[in-house]
Design a protein around this ligand. Sequence first.
Ligand code: ADP
Ligand code: MG
Length: 721
Amino acid sequence: MISNKPTTTNTQDRISTNFGQDVFTLETMRQYLPEEVFLKLGHCIKTRSNIDREYADIIAEAMCRWATNKGATHYSHWFHPLTGQTAEKHDSFLEFDKDKKAISKLSGKLLIQQEPDASSFPSGGIRNTFEARGYTAWDISSPAFILENTLCIPTIFISYTGEALDYKTPLLKSQLALNKVATKVCSYFDKSVSSVTSYLGWEQEFFLVDESMYQKRPDLLMTGRTLMGHESAKSQQLEDHYLGTIPTRVAEFFKDLEKQCHALAIPVKTQHNEVAPNQFEIAPLYEEANLSIDHNLLLMSVMKKVAEKHSLRVLLHEKPFKGLNGSGKHCNWSLGTDTGVNLFSPGKTKQDNFQFIVFLVNLLNAVYKFNSLLKASITSDSNFFRLGGNEAPPSIISIFLGTKLSSILDDIEQEDLDHILQKISLSHQKETQSLLDHVPDILIDNTDRNRTSPFAFTGNRFEFRAVGSSANCASSMIILHSILADQLIDFDTKIQENLSSGKDIHEAIFIALKQYIKESKPIRFDGNGYSEEWLIEAKKRGLNCDTNPATIFDSYLEDKAVSMFNRTEVFTQKELLARNEVKWEYYIKKIQIESNVLSDLATNHIIPVAIRYQNLLLDNVCKLKNIYSEDEVKFQNLSLYSKRCIEDISKHIGNIKDLLIHMKTNRKQAATYESTRQKALGYATTVVPDLDKIRTHIDELEMMVDNNIWPLPKYRELLML
Ligand code: ADP
Ligand code: MG
């Protein structure tokens, strides 16, 4: 007889007991804090208000007690400086009590705010030496966690004069701006909405390589990508890696990683092989954006440590291997009200659908107006080696909506107002087939998901696919929140104007929508984003088609961007200028390093080996000459291959040497330019192209030189797990 007793598997038990074990979760707080303090903290988290000092002391004491119970010995403010990484400064809990006895202690003051000796973090000139102080301040909305015996407290990082020196500060500000105006707009539909939250679910792609192979590749070690390497005979042509069986070694790595993530309350759920060999993906369940971003940053550092234990290396670079798919970090994004409505999801009622259309159209217009800025938010030296390839979104921002949704917008745009109002008949909720009745079908009809679009509507969210695998997603989320907030402010003003000129609310809204749908049309593109035609078409539409990272950053400083950030109170002009300085500086430094590493490898590794091999060939020719000295014709025939090879090697060596000199001259020239921007521009236009030209010659040599003496592991060795 089959028993129908519910069976609980061990795995489930393990997951639930392990989940959040290393996090000072609400549940743990409840255990460790007096009721009154717990409620107060809960209130502050909800309203994003500051916590009083007296409460902070009690919370700090509880946090310290919890952490030391779990074996922690140190604490650290954990923040996201503009390096794109996370930063920690570890301090021991050690204090002496009044009897000079050593104890573990964390005060409320140190929990709330610290002044890390942070003068070497990039500030873009904001912190002059006399005011070189940077402050970290506790972000109570993201829970503290324990990482390797250290209690990590998520914080923002600002300068002495209050400017943001990190990603978290503007992210929180952008959420605030969006929440405020989105809630107001929601109130046209439902008065009970009191807040709107941004949700993010990222999909992290990455490569894994064997540690010993990695150690033998100075380019990977120092730049995160291979600066040379001929494609392997078999790479991804057969598309047999995608969703294939995860190699045993990698499965072990994933098992370990998942366990650690779950202990840190990172809700990772999906892992699979990606398209390229050695390429994988891990994705969590979506969460509130600030927390989700913290979790992604935490994952990126945890996965590196876990990989080391398995003698593997994680490559988060967007394009570690030429000729293979690059890695991205798709950002799945939606907005939800505190009443449980997803604003990017078609609903069950006309009212919900109407609201959905309002947010959709406003987003279209925001992305259209600020498509350059959104592109700037995903721009980095490394992501630009990936974008525009035949496997990644182009470096042009457009939005995919799918045929159903597009046709609804076309209807709204084209039909006259009376007709639409009659059709939607919102106030009566008539059960007739109407314009907005069609919307839910989209969920079912969501099969034509266009993989070539950088920003796609996927039924109940948007998927921003242009984000790079190594990026801090906050960079993009800040822009999405800010531009939508700014657009909604515009929308709200229009509604108010229309209302005061005597229109009813539905009329008022539709007048605005019709205008936005018309204006934002150029951003809608459902076709093949990889095609040549799209490039031509996008230019005609006036979308930003710039492919130079140095000039793409200019979008942050355009007047319309400055005033948008001013209106939403996300960045001041001073902050924007400083942050762009950092971006340009970073760009220059990254290319400088690549250029130096490539010069070194070419000069000290590749050319000597090529010459060694050439000498072997020369030796071979001389010996043939000796043996066949009597028979010139035979000698010529037999030595033909070697001689051709000798000449080709010389040609490649000559070209490499010329290009190295050329690259060095260009570097020196760029260094003489006055502004950081000009220098970055110089590097982008004159140094980067040489990197690629040099590698082409090296890759040719790789195919000629004896495999036994080639100094670096080849792609086929690197990509075999
Ligand atoms: P794929 O794009 O590969 O089909 P999934 O459907 O598994 O991926 O989802 C990818 C990510 O999108 C996950 O992190 C998931 O939690 C997230 N996601 C799903 N629904 C939403 C939503 N409404 N808002 C934000 N993220 C979401
Ligand atoms: Mg996806």
